[in-house]
Design a protein around this ligand. Structure first.
Ligand code: FPP
Length: 238
């Protein structure tokens, strides 16, 4: 669990943007950018372990990303599967617990199988929880949450008068995790891009011009330091 220091975010969420531009700038195919992006993701998990962050959520594949060229989608799925297969022993060694959110049944079968194997293999770990957002969309998550609530009402588990913010949160993919304290976005874009729309209501945002493959653990530490200087008021006065 996180150290006593107030300034360490308990949950960091990251929009890993700029893989394509990183590759283009070097005259390389886009997939090379994604490969370097996977390497940066690995470094970031290690960085979170060092900083004693409890939860790290990475936006690895959005629901909208299916609209990219078929070859890029295929390559990203293969990369994800390979990453999980190769890195699971390391996740175990580093005490990282892997989880995933999103419409996971949209993923290719072999990818889903590897994902579930890795999740199971790391289920008992007690260090950083790494949450991969896959085929994830914030609006879709809210729709799925509403459907789940309606079902709970239909079967008599709850009454509609009982619905409040806390209860709705319990019907989202993220019900097991605290809301992110810090949201990092690389490559300078000032957008949420349909990521954790409900959960980021009071999240501190940190945008860096660095492209994701260039984002190092030093950059992560700088973001955490900046977070430590912020004053969070949750809509209240000082
Ligand atoms: C955005 O860059 C990144 C993605 C769409 C995918 C993120 C995937 C990875 C970092 C690699 C796989 C991750 C794991 C955890 C195995 P972009 O392609 O939109 O970049 P651009 O905006 O410069 O084109």
């Amino acid at each position: 669990m996180a150290a006593a220091g107030k300034s360490v975010p308990r949950h960091i969420a990251i929009i890993m943007d700029g893989n394509g531009r990183w590759a283009k700038g070097r005259g390389l195919p886009r997939i090379k950018g994604h490969e370097e992006g996977a390497r940066a993701a690995r470094e970031c998990v290690e960085g979170c372990a060092e900083l004693k962050v409890d939860f790290l959520t990475l936006y690895a594949f959005s629901a909208e990303n299916w609209q990219r060229p078929k070859a890029e989608v295929f390559a990203l799925m293969k990369l994800l599967e390979k990453f999980l297969k190769e890195k699971t022993p390391e996740l175990i060694e580093k005490n990282v617990r892997l989880q995933a959110i999103g419409r996971l049944t949209d993923l290719p079968d072999s990818c889903q199988e590897q994902l579930h194997r890795s999740i199971e293999a790391t289920a008992g770990n007690t260090g950083v929880t790494l949450v991969l957002a896959l085929s994830y969309g914030g609006r879709l998550e809210i729709i799925d949450g509403i459907k789940s609530l309606l079902h709970a009402i239909e079967v008599g588990h709850i009454d509609k008068g009982m619905i409040d913010v806390e209860m709705f949160s319990k019907h989202l993919y993220t019900r097991y995790y605290p809301d992110p304290d810090l949201l990092i976005r690389t490559s300078g874009e000032m957008r949420l891009s349909n990521f954790l729309l409900w959960q980021t209501s009071y999240t501190e945002m940190y945008v860096t011009p660095k492209l994701w493959p260039d984002f190092t653990r030093k950059d992560l530490a700088a973001a955490v330091e900046e977070y430590g200087r912020r004053q969070r008021r949750y809509g209240k006065s000082e």
